[in-house]
Ligand binder design. Structure first.
Ligand code: SAH
Length: 342
């Protein structure tokens, strides 16, 4: 068989993840915040309801989610919205951005009738949008550049192995801090394009967005691409389509992208701080009080996992995008002293 052409890393990831999400049950390999604790989706749903209220309750709001997985987050969000914010529940239209037919089917069975599906943000109808996304951006493809001598190469993949080729459009890194030999710099054009389009929409048509994902405090000089296969770390190049490929999200870069596109960006702040400010601990206390002890313990353990700094509370970060005339959205108020501050 002739050797295949080298494939740029972002093209490899796009192909591998499309195959993976279309054929596998991702939740056999990893679990996510909404699957760990129902309070996560409830808090995010109420965040959207308050953001709609702060925006002056515009008619015909769109409640949207990007990458809804099994539909659990939105099912929890919608239940909370119906209970606490019936005006928002009655006014909203639900739109989901999901490319995997398999996960669309799972979302339809979790949510029943009444949602519309899209391959991308671009096909959503116009109007004020209130968008939630958890662990969506980390699944989007990245490019990786490697510092070699005075220049940069770009990583490609051929036959399951890395290849470096001279970079045609190397990354813009600050001249004051020249990168050390071998440093890997990442960028996600897909995440940047999604954020820019979302921010432009919010700036011109109104709305707000809350995106949560994992991101280190400082970039890893070896890069952040990782693969999970059958629940265990794996070689990202070995079996495209059989492993989940993810990378850390560069929130400061995305916040700058959103501001340049005309939206107001808030954060990133640690997930634990956001959920504490949104009242997750009190919600869990109330729910647990009505449950038999073993189920209450499971509920509390799930919430702790999302909140605790050494678990998911700090590694995961939240970024909010709003209309420039909007006050800070719930959880992002400056100077607010939360009871739980990782
Ligand atoms: N938000 C869910 C699922 C996270 S997994 C949760 O928290 O549990 C990532 C999700 O994004 C999956 O639903 C996957 O099918 C979807 N996805 C990945 N790449 C996508 C793309 N390019 N466009 C639309 N959806 C995508």
């Amino acid at each position: 068989m002739p050797a295949p052409e080298p494939e740029r890393l972002d093209h490899f990831i796009a192909r591998a993840n499309a195959a993976y999400y279309a054929t596998s049950d991702p939740f056999a390999d990893f679990t996510t915040a909404p699957e760990i604790c129902q309070g996560f989706g409830e808090c995010l749903g109420l965040w959207a309801a308050v953001a709609w209220d702060q925006a002056g309750r515009p008619p015909r709001p769109i409640l949207a989610e990007a990458g809804p997985g099994r539909g659990t987050l939105m099912a929890d969000a919608r239940r909370a919205i119906r209970a606490v914010a019936p005006d928002f529940a009655a006014a909203l239209a639900l739109h989901l951005i999901e490319t995997s037919p398999r996960l669309r089917a799972a979302q339809a069975s979790a949510l029943g009738e009444g949602a519309a599906w899209h391959d991308a943000l671009a096909t959503l109808p116009p109007g004020p949008i209130f968008l939630l996304a958890n662990e969506f951006l980390d699944a989007l493809p990245i490019r990786q550049f490697v510092r070699r001598g005075a220049g940069w190469t770009e990583r490609h993949v051929r036959g399951g192995r890395w290849e470096e080729h001279p970079a045609a459009d190397p990354p813009a890194t600050p001249a004051a801090t020249p990168a050390a030999e071998g440093t890997v710099v990442e960028c996600s054009e897909a995440a940047t394009a999604f954020t820019a389009a979302l921010a432009r929409r919010i700036a011109t048509q109104g709305g707000a967005a809350l995106v949560i994902d994992y991101a280190a405090e400082t970039p890893n000089p070896a890069g952040s691409l990782q693969a999970l296969r059958a629940g265990a770390p794996a070689d990202p190049l070995a079996a495209p389509g059989e492993a989940d490929l993810t990378a850390h999200v560069d929130f400061p870069a995305l916040a700058a992208t959103a501001s340049a596109a005309g939206a107001a960006a808030f954060g990133p702040i640690p997930q634990g701080r956001l959920l504490a400010r949104l009242g997750l601990p009190a919600r869990i206390d109330r729910l647990a009080a009505g449950l038999p002890a073993p189920r209450a313990a499971v509920l509390r353990a799930g919430a702790r996992r999302l909140l605790a700094p050494e678990r998911m509370g700090v590694l995961f970060k939240a970024l909010a995008l709003c209309h420039p005339a909007s006050p800070p959205p719930p959880g992002f108020e400056p100077g607010y002293a939360p009871g739980y501050a990782p």
